[in-house]
Each structure stands twice: as structure tokens, then as C-alpha cells.
Design a protein around this ligand. Structure first.
Ligand code: URA
Length: 212
């Protein structure tokens, strides 16, 4: 665990000092991502915006507040998940990331996934979806659980896209609720909790004891 935390810290420092593309010239700082090194759920957005660039943390603006609401609908909290972006420096005026910027930045994401090894990756928006499933259309696959290379993926619209579109907002909330129903299976939380069972009295079936 300490080794993984150290590897993630090293990666964070590299991102903060990264000059692999031109985005570092216009951005204030790199935004590596945040969350537990052993998080079982990873959220991947597009790129830092104004507030993320200011504070160095992912999803801390208006889209971030809606993301917190979505996490709540999914039965999760921010502290449970690792949150990052495909591109780690803010593109000027929040424009779409360019192909060379994506190419330069993706090795960081692959290393984050290797270190954290999440069971589930939730993609937020079309750039994130396209990173894992090139050619996939978000309007077709959002809210669907997929499995690839021994990991689960769940595509959602980008929370920022829903800020001014009520219909998209409802779609995102519904997809988050759908995810909530899938999570126990994905994360194996329906297995007996690891609490110490009282001594077996011989009358209670063991499967009931695990629920005591
Ligand atoms: N939008 C993103 O894609 N990522 C952030 O961190 C903030 C807004």
C-alpha cells in the first residue's frame, strides 16, 4: 500500500511539472487527480476547467457540485472514489483537447489505472468514453455496464453538459441510480461483512450468523 501511495505521489509530481504539450504554458497548474490509492471506483472526466486550474483539484466547480449529487444517487461519496481527467492541464477557454494533447497526457492515465487498479471505471463525457472505447457513441452506451480486460466500465454524460439541459440532468440522475443497483454486485459488497461472528451456538445457521 505504501509503495502504491509513493508511486501515485511521484506521478502527481510529474503531472504538476509536465511540459509534454503546450497546455502547461497557458494553464496555472497541472491537476493530477485525487482519491484513495486503493479506490475501487475511478471517475475519469475530460480536462480541468477554470476552478480546477485555480485550485489544482478535479471537479471543484459547478460540474463538480453536480458530480457530488450524482455520486450520492449512486450511493457513493467523493472520498470513496478516485477522480481524474483524461487531460491534466486546462485547455485555453475550456476548448476540446487536441489529439496531440491527448496523446501526450494518456500515459499518466494508464499509470494511474495501473497503480489504483479500480474494479470500475466511470467515464464522464465523450472524450473519456472515446479513450477506452474508440468510436463508441455516448448517446447509445450511456448507462450500460461493460466489461473489458477484467474491469467494469460505465459510461455517463459529462455533468457539465447537464448544467443547462434539464433532460440530460434527468438522464444523468437516472444513470447514477442504475449504477447504484449494480454496485453491490460489481464490488462484491453482498458478501458477508468481515465482522467477527459470535460463537456458533449450534442453533443458528451459519449464513444467518454472518448477518448478526
Ligand atoms: N470538467 C472535467 O472534465 N473535469 C474537471 O475536473 C472539471 C470539469
Amino acid at each position: 500500500m505504501a509503495e502504491r501511495a509513493a508511486a501515485l505521489e511521484t506521478l502527481d509530481e510529474e503531472v504538476r511539472g509536465c511540459t509534454r504539450c503546450d497546455l502547461h504554458r497557458t494553464a496555472n497548474r497541472g491537476v493530477p487527480g485525487e482519491g484513495p490509492v486503493d479506490a475501487r471506483v475511478m471517475l475519469v472526466g475530460e480536462a480541468p476547467g477554470f476552478n480546477e486550474d485555480k485550485y489544482g483539484r478535479p471537479f471543484v466547480g459547478a460540474a463538480g457540485r453536480f458530480l457530488d449529487e450524482l455520486l450520492g444517487e449512486a450511493g457513493l461519496q467523493r472520498g470513496d472514489v478516485y477522480i481524474t481527467n483524461v487531460v491534466k492541464h486546462r485547455p485555453p477557454n475550456n476548448r476540446d483537447p487536441l489529439p496531440n494533447e491527448l496523446d501526450a497526457c494518456l500515459p499518466y492515465l494508464w499509470r494511474q489505472i495501473e497503480i489504483i487498479n479500480p474494479r470500475l471505471i466511470v467515464t464522464l463525457g465523450r472524450f473519456s468514453l472515446g479513450t477506452f472505447f474508440p468510436g463508441s457513441m455516448i448517446s447509445k452506451v450511456h448507462g450500460e455496464l461493460r466489461q473489458k480486460d477484467d474491469r467494469y466500465y460505465y459510461a455517463m454524460y459529462h455533468p457539465a453538459a447537464a448544467l443547462h439541459q434539464e433532460r440530460l440532468r434527468q438522464t444523468l440522475l437516472a444513470d447514477a441510480q442504475k449504477l447504484r443497483a449494480e454496485l453491490p454486485r460489481i464490488l462484491g459488497e453482498n458478501q458477508p461483512p468481515a465482522v467477527e461472528a459470535p460463537p456458533h451456538d449450534g442453533d443458528t445457521p451459519p449464513e444467518q450468523l454472518s448477518l448478526l
